[in-house]
Write a protein that binds this ligand. Structure first.
Ligand code: MN
Length: 764
């Protein structure tokens, strides 16, 4: 009856944990199942009805009521981990669908029933009988994708994820309801165990937030990101949150002074409008602080406002530009930061005019200008599109279909394995867009950072395979040249051209990647069959039978991974067939195998630190651990443990670039870890690395080394600095006690010269 709890989770061990714990809470909570609760359920239901903004007929109402009753009955003995009756969850999910995504009656019904088929006695047949084919199909989709990340095996996960996306092109409401479900689970994540919090939060950051972004659900995406940050980087999150509330009054005052003159002028020109101070999300502030290595106060566009105007559909564009001109009459714009998504909307339908202007006191303020219609689409994604569809110009919705089409293209590539697919797909999710032109002047959307080669493959795979470069705005550029907004691209081809292995590094689009991969698979296939013939002949000449045992010995001898590698290398002549003496190789390998029959002592896991620096969560407290090389945590960093195969527990920073992937793919191997504190830690040195760069001047190296070794008395392990055309760049490895000490070093160097920029980097 409490399957819901463990449908998030991977292993049996955790499953049992929840069984026991939920059973306990059930015993206690039975007593609280009162009149009061029933009243609250009814209240939540009525609130849901009010939140449906579209016209609801009598029949619709009856259907919603019957869905509610069915769900209520089905979940009647279930409680959430928080202790409240389970029915509050589907009610909340339905409300998010109606109120925050703007979906209609069908989706509300589906949301109410979304957990019934999976977790209760209710069957899909019953749902179909009562609510029809459409609802049944959506519920079926929701049931199928519910366990996407429950599999410990990454390739099964990827396979499931593929399934999930197939339903996306089937009926996008499945994904929208899934997102609403996830949002409610994130909002109520506090009552889950810390371990599941990490897993669920990282899945959210890994897949769901980018998905919401792609579908243009910006408000939902921001909330998902902020909530996952809350659990993945608790300390940083709290820091920014407190900072924001500390500076709130001051910020509001500033925004007030900023908008006063704009407001006045807009009123004079007869606009109907609304101006909002836009709170920047905690996640995006943290990202800026990290990527630009700046303090909270230095995040330059903390101030952002949004001007939403009432405008006739036909006049939208000119009205937005009129407002732009009012804003820039008062404040000087930064020409590099003008974004015009009114003339060319983003693929997910986003339309808006963005500019960043210099406000009072020399502060940058981001201003977004849009109409009410654009605002609704931006907040609710393309669900709002449907509402405006009749009004919108033809072809406006095709951008989303174009995107779904691209996803379908990836899905239908028969050669890609599920794992490759997942990587390709993530590329497609994260990419921002640029606009480029064909020689005829047609506009094409490409992901940011796309190259000439990507563009060539986008036109046709044959053009991609024969691409030798391009004429870019009439200048010749190589195939790996990155495209910029507004470029006009003419692809040059040659029938003599052949792709090189390095080509896959020149492209970022999924289509180009998979076509290049496919090409090399074909080449390999041909070479392999040639290699096989060569080998068979050699066996025949040596009068040895061609068995898989013999082949395996050869593979071992040449230290290869597979038979096809062997064939391939023979065909390519990287293995010299004339020097290959099958007989002696086989004899040799045979002896080795009999040696190996001797018992082998298992290698102990070698920890690279004493076992008293980090405290692991209870169950794993006795395990050996070491620090991950990818992010090299030092005391003061937020950390977690990852159970590896054969190397004990590896400690990573929660901000490690591998962390999100690890946590969402192998959540069941994540354990809590914290620094032990005390003398054991404070006296130990930890290896850390900083990168310095800046304008080269005489003595720059000695300035830096002086600060570190003389003034701060810190052990410098190595330093490498190189200069190039008046600038320098280098890495310094240091031994420090904790993050505080590292920060002191960084600040001291920054203070010594404003020509030097310094930041902490991961060791590798
Ligand atoms: Mn649910």
């Amino acid at each position: 009856m409490i399957t819901r709890f463990y449908s998030y989770l991977g292993s049996n061990r955790i499953k049992n944990y929840f069984w026991e714990n939920s059973y306990l809470s059930l015993m206690v909570l039975k007593e609280f199942n009162t009149e009061q609760e029933n009243k609250e359920i009814v209240k939540a239901y009525q609130q849901l009805l009010r939140s449906i903004r579209r016209a609801v007929t009598k029949e619709d109402k009856a259907l919603i009521k019957s869905a509610f009753k069915l769900a209520l009955e089905a979940h009647k003995n279930m409680r959430r981990k928080s202790g409240e009756p389970y029915i509050f969850h589907p009610l909340a999910v339905a409300q998010i669908c109606a109120e925050e995504i703007g979906l209609g009656v069908t989706s509300v019904i589906c949301a109410l029933l979304h957990d019934t088929v999976e977790d209760t006695e209710i069957t899909l047949e019953l749902v179909q009988l009562k609510f029809g084919e459409k609802v049944a199909r959506i519920i079926d989709g929701l049931t199928k994708i519910s366990g996407v990340f429950d599999q410990p095996d990454r390739s099964i996960q990827a396979e499931n994820f593929k399934k999930m996306l197939l339903t996306l092109s089937d009926d996008v409401r499945v994904i929208l309801i899934k997102l609403a479900d996830r949002l409610h689970n994130m909002r109520t994540l506090d009552s889950m165990s810390p371990k599941s919090q990490l897993k669920i939060a990282s899945e959210t950051a890994y897949v769901y937030a980018p998905l919401a972004h792609r579908l243009g659900l910006y408000a939902l995406k921001s909330e998902l990101e902020d909530l996952s940050t809350k659990y993945l980087q608790t300390e940083n999150y709290t820091f920014v949150k407190n900072k924001l509330s500390e500076t709130k009054i001051q910020r509001n005052k500033y925004i007030r002074t900023f908008i006063d003159p704009i407001e006045e002028q807009m009123e004079n020109e007869g606009f109907n409008f609304e101006i909002k101070g836009r709170p920047k999300s905690i996640h995006s502030i943290l990202n800026k602080m990290k990527s630009q290595n700046v303090q909270f106060e230095e995040v330059y566009d903390l101030f952002a406002i949004r001007i939403i105007i009432d405008s006739e559909f036909e006049r939208e564009k000119s009205d937005c530009w009129r407002v732009y001109s009012i804003v820039t009459d008062n404040y000087t714009p930064n020409p590099d930061r003008l974004r015009d998504w009114v003339s060319t909307p983003k693929a997910n339908g986003y339309e808006s005019l963005h500019t960043t202007v210099m406000g009072p006191k020399g502060r940058w303020v981001e201003v977004q200008i849009r109409t009410k219609r654009m605002d609704e689409i931006a907040e609710k994604g393309f669900a709002a599109h449907w509402k405006y569809k009749e009004k919108a110009a033809a072809g406006q919705d095709s951008s989303l279909e174009g995107w779904i089409g691209r996803v379908r293209e990836i899905l239908e590539n028969p050669d890609a394995t599920a794992l490759e697919f997942l990587d390709d797909f993530k590329l497609a999710l994260y990419a921002d867009e640029i606009f480029v032109f064909t020689p005829k002047g047609d506009l094409k959307k490409m992901p940011a950072n796309a190259t000439v080669l990507d563009f060539a493959f986008d036109i046709h795979s044959d053009i991609g395979l024969q691409c030798i470069g391009a004429k870019l705005n009439n200048k010749l550029v190589p195939i790996n040249h990155k495209l910029n907004n507004g470029d006009q691209v003419e692809i040059l081809t040659s029938s003599k051209q052949k792709p090189g292995e390095e080509w896959s590094n020149f492209v970022i689009t999924a289509k180009a990647k998979s076509k290049i991969r496919e090409y090399f698979k074909q080449i390999r296939l041909k070479a392999s069959s040639m290699g096989k013939e060569i080998l068979e002949r050699k066996f025949k000449n040596a009068k040895i039978s061609f068995t898989s045992d013999a082949l395996n010995s050869l593979i071992k001898f040449y230290k290869l991974k597979s038979v096809s590698d062997l064939y391939y290398q023979l065909a390519q002549e990287t293995i010299d067939r004339t020097k290959m003496d099958i007989e002696s190789i086989l004899a040799n390998e045979h002896n080795k195998i009999s040696d190996q029959n001797q018992p082998v002592k298992p290698k102990p896991a070698i920890p690279n630190v004493p076992n008293d620096v980090v405290v692991l969560s209870e169950n794993e407290a006795a395990m050996e651990y070491g620090f991950a090389k990818c992010c090299n945590p030092i005391p003061g960093d937020e950390i977690f443990g990852f159970i590896t195969i054969g190397e004990g527990v590896k400690i990573h920073r929660t901000s490690c670039s591998n962390a999100v992937a690890l946590m969402s793919n192998y959540g069941y191997r994540i354990i809590k870890a914290k620094w032990a504190g005390g003398a054991a830690v404070s006296q130990k040195g930890f290896l850390s690395s900083i990168r310095v760069s800046g304008i080269d001047s005489v003595g720059i190296v000695s300035i830096i080394t002086d600060i570190i070794s003389k003034q701060l008395n810190i052990n410098m392990k190595s330093i490498s600095i190189s200069s190039n055309e008046g600038t320098f760049e280098g890495n310094i490895f240091l031994e420090v006690h904790d993050t505080q000490q590292l920060e002191n070093i960084i600040n001291a160097i920054k203070e010594a010269s404003n020509l030097i920029s310094v930041q902490r980097v991961d060791l590798n």
